[in-house]
Design a protein around this ligand. Sequence first.
Ligand code: AMP
Ligand code: MG
Length: 473
Amino acid sequence: MEFVNRFATELPELCHQQQPTPLKDPEMAIVSHDAAQLIGLDSDFMAGPQALGLSAGKLLIDGMQPASTVYAGHQFGGYSPQLGDGRALLLGEVKTPQGDYWELQLKGSGLTPFSRQGDGKAVLRSSIREFLASEAMAALGIATTRALSLTVGSGLVQRERFEKEAMLVRMAPSHIRFGHFEYLYHQQQTKPLKRLVDFCLEHYFSDCLEQSNPVLAMLEQVVDSTALMIAQWQAEGFCHGVMNTDNMSILGLTMDYGPYGFLDDYDPLHICNHSDHYGRYAFNQQPGIGLWNLQRLAQALSDYIPSHQTEPLWVRYQQKINQHYQSLMLNKLGLQVWQDGDEALLAQLLKLLAEQKADYHQSLRALAQPLEELPQRLAEPWQTWLTLYTARCQHSKLSQQQRIEHIQQHVPLYVLRNYLAQHAIEQAEGGDYANLQLLHKVLSQPFSQQADMQRFAETPPSWGKCLEISCSS
Ligand code: AMP
Ligand code: MG
């Protein structure tokens, strides 16, 4: 495996080159073989000393050029002029035989010039949450950074309590954030900003180079990928929790998993981040915040795009997000082609789910039964909606069996619920990673029924619904 680091080489003004601080007595807790495969690493390699050394910050491979990067960002609406990788290092990029580049980042790699008040470390709890979410989102078909490995050390670090320290290797074609652009724009570093723009165009948006305004074309692609990603979040009941612009990927990847949560009961107002007192990042706010964040990116690119040219992009964003969301939800209802009246059918269902505080995923999956059997299984408030739904299904080209299979392929049976992650965390903190590995395996095939795994498909016990997840990780 050979490494380069185009970001560190071509954008030195955004990088601080430095070595990781290795983990003490590292132990590999879990590996994602699906992620490893993407960069051509087999299970023998991942079980060997090189993978452990790499994952624990003890070993670098030829060509790696570890660096922390600086960025800025709008956090909860206010501009923070300097953030950056406070506990992560970009190690480098591996080029696959197919010609794709994957960056590897080591998270929990120690102090950097951007650590501010932090200690540069990551704890096992939050690293498990990021590992599981990255891989579960990928299995749901949502663009995301990936998790390659999670390593645990013998040291303890102080958060609200003392916790085990850990390191996560994450992977993405690029970890460039909106905040990288904002940093250079607000610092009025015109030439480096131009280099960052050119870097993105050359490496990630080369098809835009043929357009009359390549930067506008690139922004349009960011708008599209962000709209798709957020429509998928809404359809899968995923609440990110910290949609600051420094956590927004230029490639439309879900990134920086902190206090995120998948909905249990359907609550459009759900706030998953304990520190989000005003619900800025509540579940139903995410599409609007996505737009606001894109507008901050557009501002950082305003030397290249006059503001009147960005206006149509905001209309485009709203249209794209609605179109994607409608088609994703239609699939979940076992239908295919959007028809008049479907908007009301969907709105009524969501209203009912919210009023009944019904489990989002299980309620949808319950529709994967013969229509004649549904009324016996679902009690009174559902009857009116079921009558509408039954009538609508009669106008569908899918047979009953096809409808059922369509739902099963689009509504996951296994969802990364907070209480499941919590179980895996508690056992891992006691040194037992079996449940973590099993949960990861189950979530890698979220749509298909797996033998003896029913316990991962249950709704949460009451304690599991009100877990408070804070930012401190
Ligand atoms: P996050 O909420 O993880 O997206 O982090 C926001 C900012 O705080 C980023 O610049 C992080 O690098 C930094 N940060 C978070 N936790 C730590 C930590 N334990 N040590 C150093 N920096 C941190
Ligand atoms: Mg972040």
